[in-house]
Design a binder for this molecule. Structure first.
Ligand SMILES: [Ca+2]
Length: 412
């Protein structure tokens, strides 16, 4: 039963995926695609500690970004606590005294912030790492450095070192800009990148990546997926390519007052994008395959998808069948009055009645003839338009004349 449910769940996911993919190809606009990408990036980075807003407990500083140091497998990581850069951290050289760095401090708060160190702004102090012959940081393998600090303000001195880094082929440095921001510098051949302007007084995360055999180094800031700056690494010549410049990492010049949170480094290029891809497919490359795990329980149903975009208009449909006959219409208005029928002279009516009387009957008395003649006169006058007087007048005239004519006939 469990297998059945799993199968159904997998099929449902596959169908939804197919529908979505088809919709995406056909309908998604640039704005929608941008929104989807931003959402995906936010979702992907949230698990890396690059989500927004981390307050520094007890301090006045609130960062716009939180560091990703806790989730990565760094070769070297120091949280800036537990001693000096050498006794607590992984650096091997450099100056540290009470004038240059203060442990457990964010600026003027004495020893209230374990895991932080403040560079006091006095000259002379930096942290250096010299791996000697055991370096794993090579141009061939690529490498990544990440660190975070809060600057005392956004008015840093011009050109102070934040980080100085050389693999086995070329050195460069990341420096402060008096414009408010940072830039990258290469000594040989001499070259400066553009200035990336940012609020140096905020909590900022810097990530430098040298991809394998790359001819440039990229700076990513605050979890951004695209480089904020790039600097070509086109070559190296003496005196910049001796042992003091190659194969080293220098950091945290005390000439720029800043409170440092952590610094980490690893062999291999770990761009923000490659980190996300790695996380999405289930972790780091390399090791042998593990044994197959037991089947997981069937997942819960996914949420219903959003409505799709409106479709295009369809083609016109075929004509419908004829409708039923409608109800009978209203009676029409009366027509105009007709023309008068032609009139009939009463004398003509009298002659018709008399001839009919003679043919139909053989009266033996005047009264008998007039009784019968009255019936015939009424018949004859039906529908007749008398030329003189009314129908009743014409009837009287007809009966009077008929009386005369019948009397003369009887007298014959
Ligand atoms: Ca820290």
């Amino acid at each position: 039963m469990n297998t059945m449910k799993q199968t159904i769940a997998v099929m449902a996911v596959a169908i939804v995926g197919l529908v979505f993919a088809d919709t995406a190809r056909a309908q998604v606009t640039t704005e929608e695609a941008t929104a989807i990408a931003q959402k995906a990036a936010a979702a992907a980075t949230s698990g890396l500690g690059l989500g927004p807003s981390q307050s520094v407990d007890g301090s006045a500083y609130v960062s716009s970004y939180s560091p990703g140091n806790g989730t990565e497998d760094w070769d070297r990581y120091w949280d800036c606590g537990g001693g000096t850069h050498i006794t607590g951290g992984w650096f091997t050289a450099g100056n540290w005294n009470s004038a240059t760095f203060n442990s457990d401090d964010i600026f003027s708060n004495p020893d209230l912030f374990p895991g932080w160190v403040t560079a006091n702004g006095n000259p002379g102090g930096s942290w250096y790492w010299y791996p000697g012959n055991s370096t794993t940081i090579t141009a061939e393998a690529g490498a990544t450095v990440e660190f975070a600090f809060i600057g005392v303000n956004n008015n840093p001195p011009q050109g102070e070192m934040i980080l100085s880094w050389g693999d086995d082929t070329s050195p460069f440095s990341l420096r402060t800009s008096s414009e408010g921001g940072v830039y990258m510098h290469h000594d040989s051949p001499p070259n400066d990148s553009a200035v990336y302007k940012m609020d140096m007084g905020d909590y900022n995360v810097f990530r430098l990546v040298r991809e394998p055999n790359a001819t440039k180094v990229d700076l990513y800031v605050n979890g951004g997926l695209s480089p904020a700056l790039s600097l070509p690494l086109t070559g190296c010549s003496l005196p910049w390519c001796d042992g003091g410049n190659l194969n080293h990492l220098g950091a945290a010049s005390s000439k720029y007052e800043a409170a440092w949170d952590y610094i980490a480094m690893t062999s291999g290029a770990e761009t923000p994008i490659s980190r996300e891809i790695s996380a999405a497919i289930g972790g780091s490359a390399g090791g042998a395959d593990g044994a197959a795990g037991a089947d997981g329980a069937a997942g819960a149903d996914g949420a219903a998808g959003a409505d799709g975009a409106a479709g295009a208009d369809g083609t016109a449909g075929a004509d419908g069948t004829a409708g039923a006959q409608g109800p009978q219409g209203k009676a029409g208005a009366d027509g105009p009055a007709g023309a008068d029928a032609p009139c009939a002279p009463c004398a003509t009516v009298t002659n018709v009645v008399f001839e009919a009387l003679c043919k139909l009957t053989s009266p033996t008395s005047l009264q008998e003839a007039l009784d019968c003649g009255g019936v015939l006169a009424n018949l004859a006058l039906l529908g007749v338009n008398p030329c003189d007087g009314t129908t009743s007048d014409c009837y009287d005239t007809v009966m009077a004349d008929l009386s005369t004519l019948v009397a003369e006939k009887l007298a014959d």
